[in-house]
Design a binder for this molecule. Sequence first.
Ligand code: LMR
Length: 394
Amino acid sequence: MFETLKAQPADKILTLMQMYKDDPRATKVDLGVGVYKDATGLTPVMRAVKAAEHQLWETQNSKVYTGLAGDPAFADAMIALILDDAVPRNTIAAAATPGGTGAVRQAFEMIQMARPEARVFVSDPTWPNHLSILKYLGIEAVPYRYFDDETRGVDFDGLIADLKTAKKGDVVLLHGCCHNPTGANLNASEWDAVIKVLLETGATPMIDIAYQGFGDGLEEDAAATRKVVAAVPECLIAASCSKNFGIYRERTGLLLAIAADASAHDLNQATLAFLNRQNFSFPPDHGARIVTMILDDDALRSDWMAELEDVRTAMLGLRTQLAGELQRLSGSDRFGFLAQHRGMFSRLGTTPEKVEELRSKHGIYMIGDSRMNIAGLNSETVPILAKAILDVGI
Ligand code: LMR
């Protein structure tokens, strides 16, 4: 029966990962998939994660199922981390999911259950898997302008004009911080303007927050999300622990559905649990438990925060070094945007042909839309990349 299957379009991030693996050159540089790497190229297990795993190994005496929505302690700890007290707790329904992608998928399904005709507005560009999942579910994706190719910043006027065309019953997908794939982010007053448009149109925001702590700091990176939820009646939030806890393969994420008032909470909560049951039943627990143990323990939490801050400042240092090196070699300030961008990624803003040339000639791997993972660099590869960028005529 399976001869009727059609090959599906390849995911460009995963395809690039494989191409990098297959490249025999010792000098190759991987700026593809979004994983943090330290100066030696390792994606380390964070100290607090190791310590919590050790403790768990010693104390856990059962692996019996938790709840369909995961352990409520995980939701409580993550809600406090992301939202602080921006909205009353009794308006927030929460479910643990397999990674941030699981949360995104469940959010789209919840939207579809509520409003089969809903359209989801997505930034142009956005994380390719947003588009892929929407297409798979048969939900219409409406791109809104986001990236200005000239300034390599946000095309704010374009964004506002496009968001104004959303209607009640539509969803606007926003990146809470550290925009993927561009690295260009809205400032505080621009977020205010987005909130104003959301209130005017009645469209429902959905926030994907996968990089909290990688941009300007844990609190700073959550500020926009907190502002949005406090202002609008309803909101969905898909959160990931993959990056900020470095537990990629443990698949640890959380979906929040925030209601206008407590009366809608129970139905939202039941819907999240139902969706989990249909798709995978109980969510994975190991990563969620580790995260909860870290967030609920003063010593583990401060060690985690300190290490996360080191990761963040290391990435900022690489940004400054790369922008500086390009400035020195080119004698121009045109790469200054690299130091302004935040998070793991920056979109260089060049053609797929130049990206291909960087790969074939210099063994530098970035996504075809010229997204590069800044964390894939180190102080030795920064000058190599800077030279290569200018060599191919970017
Ligand atoms: C990325 O954008 O590279 C990460 O979110 C990893 C992934 O799953 O695509």
